[in-house]
Design a protein around this ligand. Sequence first.
Ligand code: AP5
Ligand code: MG
Ligand code: ZN
Length: 214
Amino acid sequence: MRLILLGPPGAGKGTQASSIVEKFAIPHISTGDIFRKNIKEGTDLGKKAKEYMDQGLLVPDELVVAIVEDRLQEQDCKNGFLLDGFPRTVKQAEALDQVLAKMNVAIDKTINVDVDKEMLVERAVGRRICKSCGATFHVKFNPPQKEGVCDKCGETLQQRADDTKETVSRRIEVYLNETQPLIDYYNKKQILVTIDGQQEISKVFKDILTALGA
Ligand code: AP5
Ligand code: MG
Ligand code: ZN
């Protein structure tokens, strides 16, 4: 299964991604996670990406495309993958099409997780992440058993640097201008499915499985 998860910041892409990759045993490729890992490790890529991410802006297409192209060549992507947060511009989508054509494969479905704008800020601002294992929680909608502590590994939970109200608003604006056109792009290819992302996390996942015929 080769999948793309599309949706605004805070729509629940990462949350659904962890269930989807478990179900289909495919790798989860999140460009945001790749950048955060590089920032944590202090690499050159991390330093470059941080300048944009802290402002809620997109990292330049050339940088992102090169990373995804490399990642897709790895052995674990042979039988499928889930792209989360990529592509994010029409240019990235066109570049991805070229990469996939070279590999002789195609995307099966693009899953568009739809959530009202008003809801997105609350979701992002209340998000808490585990930097150790990557688990995601929400103080109100998906709280950990013990406040501030990861259920999965016991590590202290943190807020993402770009989850302030101001930066989230900018990210939503960027999404509307740069990424939303991809809904049309994949709709024209007849591989788009839109899922109501404003339901319980488990119901959203159920709808995704139904849309994938699984
Ligand atoms: P990235 O990390 O991809 O962030 P994003 O797209 O802004 O999306 P988020 O990760 O914020 O939200 P999500 O949809 O994953 O939601 P989540 O599941 O966590 O990108 C960050 C930055 O990196 C970008 O701004 C850009 O600078 C750069 N970047 C990355 N990719 C790039 C690219 N391709 N090109 C250029 N630049 C790029 O859920 C959010 C919260 O809601 C959580 O607390 C969760 O518990 C809760 N929640 C989830 N589902 C539900 C539900 N159904 N009901 C209630 N609460 C829910
Ligand atoms: Mg995410
Ligand atoms: Zn953890």
